[in-house]
Write a protein that binds this ligand. Structure first.
Ligand SMILES: Cc1cc2nc3c(=O)[nH]c(=O)nc-3n(C[C@H](O)[C@H](O)[C@H](O)COP(=O)(O)O)c2cc1C
Ligand code: SF4
Ligand code: SF4
Length: 295
């Protein structure tokens, strides 16, 4: 059996889950191709994403797709990625398993969105998984990163269960269970669709980055960690913003810059206050879960 995993992981949590899935599959004699589009210049600069995916993907019997939750939604680059997946034919399986990581506040409606899009692409979704991880955004402006140090044992046992279910099934007879990814109540759907419009939040709500060219020593580190190739160096090695790929506020650059030339503008006290309110209300249970949830 051959599996492909495709992921977008700006701050590395989703990538960690992908690596654990890969190791568990390989231990069960399933070959794995792992494709990570994070910071991939070729992927972010092409208008023909379908072609990129067609050229990159090897044939597989099962496909895994990993994404972070941004503003209660499946991160929009992953939505675009699913919409551009090659058709499930000619060696590409019709079985797809989405997985998401979120920062312990709310997984929102991301897993359901992934299931719906995968169904639309002609695939069956027998399982889906959400994983409670650290909240990467809080690294940039809170005292400490919220929800870090989640127990690794919970992640490995959930993935072991997923691999067990795959191994004990005949792939040809796996049925679609995407309706089980609709685990949130109507209030969460309303909040996600009315309040948390991801692109609007990027444009208007999240603190913006600014670069002090006087402090910049042109080391290029920020361009290497930029998850969407928004930051680039020009011919004099000064940092410029690529307006064809918008900033998605992962804040890797802020944390990576050795001279603190990259800072956040906006009302940070308000952002902190809002985040604290969300953290105090965070009660998602179960936090990490494989769907269908048989417990
Ligand atoms: C712009 C942005 C929006 C986010 N929105 C949410 C959210 O709605 N709920 C939540 O629990 N975590 C949220 N997070 C935290 C991420 O979902 C979490 O840290 C995730 O594991 C990041 O995955 P990655 O490390 O693979 O990038 C957000 C993070 C960022 C940067
Ligand atoms: S990481 Fe900081 S110092 Fe280095 S190029 Fe980027 S902005 Fe300049
Ligand atoms: S510019 Fe900085 S905050 Fe924006 S996507 Fe790139 S690394 Fe993340």
């Amino acid at each position: 059996m051959k599996a492909s995993i495709i992921e977008f992981s700006p701050s590395g949590n989703t990538n960690h889950v992908s690596e654990v899935i890969k190791a568990a599959l390989e231990q069960n004699n399933i070959n794995v191709q792992l494709v990570n589009i994070t910071g991939n210049e070729k992927y972010f600069s092409t208008n023909n994403k379908r072609n990129f995916l067609q050229e990159t993907f090897e044939e597989h019997d099962i496909l895994f797709i990993g994404s972070p939750v941004y503003a209660h939604h499946l991160q929009y680059h992953v939505k675009e990625l699913i919409e551009n997946l090659p058709k499930p034919m000619n060696g590409y399986s019709e079985i797809a398993i989405p997985f998401i990581t979120y920062g312990g506040i709310s997984s929102g409606i991301a897993l359901d969105e992934a299931g719906i899009l995968l169904r639309k692409s002609g695939r069956k979704v027998p399982f889906g998984m959400k994983v409670s991880s650290s909240h990467c955004m809080t690294r940039a402006f809170m005292k400490e990163e919220f929800n870090k140090n989640q127990p690794e044992s919970k992640l490995t046992s959930t993935i072991d269960e997923l691999v067990k279910r795959i191994k004990s099934s005949d792939l040809d007879f796996l049925t679609d269970n995407s309706k089980h990814l609709k685990y949130q109540n109507i209030g969460t759907y309303l909040k996600a669709n009315i309040i948390f419009k991801e692109k609007v939040w990027h444009e208007k709500r999240y603190p913006k980055i600014t670069i002090d060219q006087n402090k910049c020593m042109k080391c290029g580190k920020c361009t290497k960690v930029c998850s969407v190739c928004h930051l680039q160096q020009n011919s004099t090695k000064s940092i410029i913003k690529n307006m064809n790929s918008d900033c998605i506020h992962c804040f890797n650059c802020v944390l990576e810059c050795p001279t603190k030339a990259i800072t956040l503008v906006g009302d940070l006290e308000k952002a902190k206050g809002f985040m604290e309110k969300m953290i105090n209300k965070a009660i998602e249970s179960p936090a990490t879960c494989l769907y269908p949830n048989l417990k």
